[in-house]
Design a protein around this ligand. Structure first.
Ligand SMILES: [Zn+2]
Length: 402
């Protein structure tokens, strides 16, 4: 009777050698065979899977007409410069070419969803807010998902993600409310706007196209701790003056701002829009200085005017409208996003302050932003950007408290 002996030699990162000998009764050892076994480390496999997920490549920004490449990267047909096209277009666009093989059902159609009762318009607590968005996601799992991305002083920071088809390789857009915790009206307005937009998915062609060609993140309360306490300050300071900015590269962000910065840098958003209250304005960087944002300025002016016209708001550079505001959100998203290659287009909004008319305004304006902002670079060579009109402070507007 022979006894088998095995010697295993770990010979490298993902393979080993097995050598087999047999020993007979006299003690004689005979070599039987050698086997090279391949194995794979689980962590290595996972890292490969992660690195292979394609991500959207933001278009390069410059003033060369040859860089214009309408539609091909996004599935949305780029219209002519909106000024040439006769101004603002509503949400009655048309579904463009390609990308009609959806994930909503086996037929590839973008099916309508039912996410329950329309929100009452009452102000919600953070936990009520998170329960509501979570319940929407459970009712429309093919279109919506919900996740918490942090906990700030005991309050969950979360987002609702809306994307109707494969989210891979789509432009990412972030819509944020209540960076100032006492501006809960921005959350109330956007909850209703998103409810109405989501309820039109699979019914309205333009809304369906937007959610099928964009990866949208809605953060209902950037500073959930301040939101819960109804305070402008977070961690004893103005959170929207605590972002890093050029020349102040570290900053000393409030905890809620650190959390949204991490989300922004993890997801690499191509466009952001941050809602504040109030004054009825659409604004573009910079806030920390008055100089223009380089070659992006044409796109910013054109986009801001288009969004503002739809909302019936004023528009202009943040510094001109609300005063010098170093450390604010749009500056950070624009600055950081352009350093990282995401080419982020970042706007700020001041809602007018009337919930029902603001909901109407942003039902028109937000779809335009979601569709146009990630591709605003295509307008740069037109050279037709308008100049902001003189700012007329609305009644009751107090600079520095917006
Ligand atoms: Zn604010």
């Amino acid at each position: 009777m022979a006894t088998n002996l095995h010697i295993i030699y770990w010979s490298g990162f993902y393979h080993f050698i097995l050598v087999e000998f047999s020993v007979d009764r006299t003690g004689k050892v005979t070599f039987s065979g050698i086997l090279l076994l391949m194995t794979l480390q689980v962590s290595w496999l996972l890292s490969c899977a992660e690195s292979q997920e394609p991500t959207y490549q933001a278009p390069k920004r410059n003033n060369q007409a040859s860089q214009k490449n309408p539609g091909q990267q996004t599935g949305i047909q780029q219209g002519a410069n909106p000024l040439n096209a006769g101004g603002v277009q509503g949400t009655q666009g048309t579904i463009s070419q390609g990308q009609q093989s959806g994930s909503q059902d086996s037929q590839g159609t973008s099916s309508a969803v039912n996410i329950g009762e329309e929100p009452s318009g009452d102000q919600l607590s953070v936990s009520e807010l998170n329960s509501l968005l979570s319940s929407w996601a459970q009712k429309a799992p093919g279109l919506l998902s919900y996740a918490k991305y942090g906990n700030v002083n005991g309050q969950d920071a979360s987002f609702l993600r809306i994307t109707g088809k494969s989210s891979q390789n789509l432009p990412k857009v972030m819509v944020t409310a209540a960076t100032h915790g006492n501006e809960q009206i921005t959350t109330t307005i956007l909850i209703s706007v998103f409810y109405k937009m989501i309820s039109q998915y699979g019914k309205d062609a333009a809304i369906t196209e937007i959610f099928d060609t964009r990866d949208v993140y809605f953060v209902p309360a950037v500073c959930p701790d301040a939101y819960e306490n109804n305070t402008r300050e977070a961690d004893g300071q103005d959170p929207n003056r605590s972002f890093p900015y050029p020349g102040e590269e570290q900053g000393s962000p409030s905890k809620c701002i650190s959390a949204i910065m991490k989300l922004f840098n993890d997801k690499k958003f191509n466009a952001t829009i941050d809602y504040h209250a109030q004054g009825g304005m659409i604004m573009y960087p910079w806030a920390y200085q008055s100089s223009e944002v380089g070659e992006h300025n044409q796109a910013y002016k054109t986009l801001s005017k288009k969004v503002a016209d739809a909302a019936n708001y004023q528009w202009g550079q943040i510094l001109d409208l609300v005063g010098e505001s170093p450390g604010s959100s749009a500056d950070y998203y624009h600055w950081q996003g352009n350093k990282s290659g995401s080419n982020t287009v970042a706007l700020g909004v001041e809602v007018a302050g009337d919930v029902s008319s603001d909901i109407g305004s942003h039902l028109k304006a937000l779809p335009i932003f979601l569709k146009d902002a990630p591709t605003a670079s295509f307008w740069l060579s037109e050279g037709l950007a308008p100049e902001p009109p003189p700012f007329i402070p609305p009644p009751g507007f107090v600079r520095g408290m917006e």
